[in-house]
Design a protein around this ligand. Structure first.
Ligand code: ARG
Length: 415
């Protein structure tokens, strides 16, 4: 039987050419796999037909938008996933869902190999191949751009020579990856890191310098997951979409950073993730209200590790699963409402309400009705500061180690 290869297919120039390119180079039959993660653009039927017209023997298309929103975006929100405190993992979380469908298609069509269109310089090749190795250890991986010398110029030439039904003329200066969680833009003049982004870089958000009137939204969460906007129950996908629209109109979620790739390169990235960033602001504040102090402090460390693991392409790793268990357990009481004003590039929390919160008015108030026994504070402070106090006395006692006390003395002389 002829060997079969499943190809992660976007419908664009490079992967359309890759269909014929791979079959010529390997003699295998190519099955195109297109996964909708909310990237917009053409519908799946158009993409399926193009794959077949470009020589694929089969086309597998999947609407994975709800799956992506529920099983990939929501865990990211629960973990407040921001790589380098800035990037909400847009591309990093879409690769594992695509991998799941690639492996499913390989099984369905009896393929031995999976192909993707990544170059050898980025994170996405790692995410695809580590994921495929994990879910389908028997499958081989190839990357035509990286392994079969498919350059962009060759792709254009190939498409014209074979009269492939794709637009090859318009030259987009950027490399763009987008889905419902956000949009990543790189290359072109952005590679000079002194250059500011021009207006045409953005698509999911409007200029925050000229915002419409403020938009006040109430986000309802149930166990860390948003379930309603302004009292209307919606699916995870619908919530992200509506927040993309509303927060995007206010120019929220534009990010411009130099980022550390796993492969050791620093790269300039522009992101826009209006919905994700606004939802994260709301989620974090609800955690402030509902998580116990030590739990919250420790979760920050777990969130960061979770984010790095996911960025590094280890979505299906055992440690990632362990950390998911921790994060999920912390979300048990992260339920309630957050009211935010979205305006001019910012989402600002103005109100919080939770039946499972730890905020206790009678403990916090400085007005009548104070239930906090202030007389306990003194003893607490004495004991809390005791170890430092004992150490200071030791420093004083031991000759030659009076630096810290000398500093204090000098300070009091100056004042
Ligand atoms: N640097 C980001 C990441 O590694 C975005 C990659 C986007 N991919 C692209 N082909 N533009 O997650």
């Amino acid at each position: 039987m002829t060997e079969r290869i499943v190809l992660a297919y976007s419908g664009g120039l490079d992967t359309s050419v890759a269909i014929g390119w791979i079959s010529e180079a390997t003699g295998a039959e190519v099955i195109a796999v297109a996964v909708d993660v909310g990237q917009g653009g053409e519908d799946l039927e158009t993409i399926r037909q193009r794959a077949l017209d470009c020589g694929a023997v089969e086309a597998y298309v999947a609407d994975a938008r709800d799956e992506f929103a529920e099983q990939y975006c929501m865990p990211t929100l629960k973990a407040n996933g921001l790589y380098m405190d800035a990037y909400p993992l847009v591309s990093a979380i879409s690769r594992p869902v695509i991998v799941r469908h690639l492996v499913a298609a390989a099984r369905q069509f009896g393929a031995s190999t999976v192909a993707h269109g990544c170059t050898g310089k980025g994170n996405d090749q790692v995410r695809f191949e580590v994921g495929i190795q994990t879910l389908g250890p028997d499958l081989k991986c190839i990357a035509p751009v990286r392994d079969l010398a498919l350059t962009r110029d060759k792709a254009i030439e190939y498409a014209e020579r074979h009269e492939l039904p794709i637009v090859t003329t318009k030259k987009n200066p950027f490399s763009i990856d987008q889905n419902v969680w956000g949009r990543a833009v790189e290359t072109g003049f952005l590679e000079d890191i002194w250059n500011g982004p021009t207006k045409d870089v953005y698509d999911y958000s409007d200029d925050p310098a000229f915002p419409p009137a403020p938009d006040v939204v109430t986000v309802t969460f149930d166990q860390g997951v948003p379930t309603a906007l302004d009292g209307r129950s919606l699916s995870a996908l619908q919530i992200i979409e509506e927040m993309n629209r509303r927060a995007g109109a206010q120019g929220i979620g534009r990010i411009d950073i130099v980022e550390d790739r796993l492969v050791g390169i620093k790269s300039r990235e522009i992101y826009e993730a209006p919905g994700a960033m606004a939802l994260m602001t709301a989620h974090r504040e609800l955690e402030n209200v509902t998580l116990e102090r030590e739990q919250a402090r420790f979760k920050k460390t777990v969130d960061q590790r979770w984010t790095e693991i996911v960025y590094d392409g280890q979505w299906f790793s055992p440690l990632k699963k362990n950390l998911d268990t921790f994060v999920d357990e912390t979300q048990k009481y992260v339920s309630g409402d957050i009211r935010m004003e979205m305006h001019g590039g910012r989402a600002t929390v103005q109100g919080r309400r939770s039946d499972t919160g730890l905020y206790d008015f009678s403990l916090a108030t400085y007005d009548e009705g104070d239930a906090f026994d202030q007389s306990s504070a003194r003893g607490f402070i004495d004991i809390f500061g005791l170890s430092s106090k004992v150490a200071t006395e030791r420093d004083e006692r031991v000759a030659g180690d009076v630096d810290s006390l000398a500093d204090v003395a000098q300070l009091s002389n100056e004042s």
